[in-house]
Design a protein. Sequence first.
Length: 338
Amino acid sequence: MLTATENMYGADASGLICGFAFDAVGHGEPIDSAQALEGLQADVQSGFTWLHFNLTHTAAAKWLEDHLPLSELFHESLKDGSRSTRVELDENMLVAVINDVHYDFSFEPQDISTLWLSVGERLVVSARVQPLRSIDRLRDAVRRGAILMSSVALLVHLMHDQGDVLVHIVRSTTTKVDDIEDRLLAGRLETKRANLGALRRLLVRLQRLLAPEPSALFRLLKKPPRWIAESDLDDLRQSTEEFNVALSDMAALQERIKLLQEEIAGRVAEANNRSLFVLTMVTVLALPINIIAGLMGMNVGGVPLADNPHGFWIVVSIILSFTALALWITRRRVEDSE
């Protein structure tokens, strides 16, 4: 049964969106901020507590600083303008800055925001500004009865959820690129390079924000805190490998989009050259007509064939002859250039 605080989604006076107390078997029970403080003050040897906060709430940052035993690095990260993904060890706690996509992600580069995490042996605190997809998937999983035996297991579950979201983005982007490529192969040049450019910018931004994460985890795995179990370290390594695979797929998709952009640019340039060639041909073929018409139309004395009854047809014959000669010369030059 969910509490009233949880149903109000971020309406807690402390800015708490949701809280869960996990017992020794990994089952999470919903709690509010008051219950969380009571549980943290009690001398509990098993389980852990997860609190998720909304930083847009004016009281959230101060409540975190006044009531929870968090490291200074975590509070500094909340105030820091840097959004680069990282996982650091400070005061025997893990401080993580993770970038994720918004819940209502619409394939726009600005639909990416940051999640701040503090992971200790008995306490996990997460905070965000915008609703994020991965953390909401984790919250729904806990509500449905997901078993999390440790605080690091929660972090690993979040990493897997984030990896799944990233894989979904890559698959959806691949589908869009496949559709654009099919239209391009069908000769439909109405495909705009701007569409591909927007997808490429999105992938570049995602990769730039997420790429530091595996290397940061590798540094952590070399010298982990003592309270992290070996099984949790193995799960962290696995999530890192999955992230590397997703980032590799993203890099390959960026290269494919780049090649498609170059192909579209080449075909557009070829179509423009063809149009320019046709325009040049028409101009060359009309040149004899324009020159002769200009000469014969001068309002001066001595215009040849003015009194000849067959003068018109003679002039037409001359024009046709020069036009045929210009056409022959142009075709010869085109054949020589090929």
